[in-house]
Design a protein around this ligand. Sequence first.
Ligand SMILES: [Ca+2]
Ligand SMILES: [Ca+2]
Ligand SMILES: [Ca+2]
Ligand SMILES: [Ca+2]
Length: 593
Amino acid sequence: MKKSAAIILVVISLFYLAMEAQSAINTGYLSDGRPSVPTNVQASDGTYMDKVQVTWTASPGATSYTIYRATRRWGTKRALGTTSDTTYDDTTALAGKIYYYYITATNANGTSGFSVYDKGWWRRPIGIGSPEFRAIGGVSMGAYGAMNIGLGRPDFFNTIASLGGPLDMSYLLKFMEVDMLGNYDNPEAYPSRDTLVDMLKDLTISFGNPVYYNTVSTYYPPGITAENARVSTTLSNFFDWELNPEGSLPVITYEDPDPGDWVEVLLALDANGDGRRNLGERVLRQFHEPFVDANANGMCDSGETFDDFGLDGVSGTSDEGEGDEVFTYNPNHDNYLAEDPLIRAETLPLTDLQPLNLYIDAGTEDEFQFNIHAENFVQTLLGRGLFVRVKNDFPENFPGISHFDEKRVYVRYPGGHVGFDEENIGLSFEQAKQGIEGAIVVANRFTTLFSFASDHFIGGDFGTDPYELYRYPSEIGVAYFNSPSLNRKMKFGIYLPPGYSRSSTNYYPVLYLLLGYNMSVEGMANSWIRTALDAFILTGEMQKMIIVIPDGLNYKNQSGHFFVNQIDQERGDKFKDYFFDLVTYIDTFYKTK
Ligand SMILES: [Ca+2]
Ligand SMILES: [Ca+2]
Ligand SMILES: [Ca+2]
Ligand SMILES: [Ca+2]
């Protein structure tokens, strides 16, 4: 373009911009009664993968708006549609193409002029994101998250792997009631009471308080509010069939174990009336009406008799469930049962459950009794006529890798809940190389998860070589994305296999790896894990795949969120929706198969 022509174009552009500015400052009705020109037009810029969304500020008196689109700044404006709303989704735009959007406002007196335009476009995802090339796995809290999310969306995942986590919410409630709160002053160090109380708080945020039912709060016990939860508070006439049948003893809020560490979600019986909880003073448990536990399993089974006295177990107090002729449990428990992997395994149509590849492991001496969860879960699968290969211990030990051909596998490894306190899994891999026993168990568990996911993705890109490792190396690290559901930036870890950057048309399966309590994205997405994964690919033990590590921390309290849409939105957030936001983001920006 000649310089003089460019100057003319600039002058003309300035002229039109001035005209638009003129129309933009009009407010209220025009003198002839037509509505004013709509302002603040915003068309989305690559935000969506299937549309451009256009929004604007309402013009006073307008009854409808017409949306126009042009392919060039001064091109012909084509009417797309009319709406009385102030939002319009343009689903007919071509991917990646920039459009110019204009709005007019209409009422009985006529139609306004065109608004100032805004440019908008949408992107086509880079990845394909087929369910058959998507796996979800996790450890501990993440094992629960993986099985709960995976079985909740069997159309979305091909493989689900669950390493030592709660899979049976009824049994988890029994564990909290009987083993944890029934044995509150147990001096055994692991898992510490502090850990268990923290877990109980986070479960309460996620699903509601399992211990008491309070009609005005899913978090605080009855009689407790934000005002009195963290100060010495005494409740009188608090009935409990076990500890306070006459309601004559004081019931208190308490700090545990340190001053300032208010438990908030629990109440204790103040037997000696000094206003503090002393060693041996019991925590009140009102999970359900009292029952006769004929088979001594800690749970009320059909046929066992109960007292229809309400959750406090005391006759004549007219509390929740009293005299309704059915066995009453805390209504909050329904939130636990609505997100229960075992119930999902019981109720999912067989045609949805049967195609899934399921891998489960548990330590035979798991301190949280998650091995019993695993046994109950496997029994459920067997009860539905689905074969499960059960193996005692891993066939191979790190650096050897265990492989299974079967669709469903359960490994019982000898030992406890290894991994829970192992903040840095990468470090465990490093220590496993030095022959440290506990670290080898951690490495066995994760390598079996990786190989199970890899072996159950059909086909695959196997092998690499020193040239590729040098020229197109793998990448691992921490990245961020904007989660629309949480309306905030969130962290995740990601591993891209060697050769990922070699071409633009190589696609890979994805494993979403959900971490447990006390585990960090940085502890997984580090150079030790990268070295191990590269080695598995080099030796052909694992196909090239993308591994994504969502952040398991509730950003409001820096504690675990269980990957659910939490009941308590004040202390929690929608972390299941956030997980699916991340899947969408990964399929948009990474070459998923
Ligand atoms: Ca006391
Ligand atoms: Ca029972
Ligand atoms: Ca009662
Ligand atoms: Ca009842």
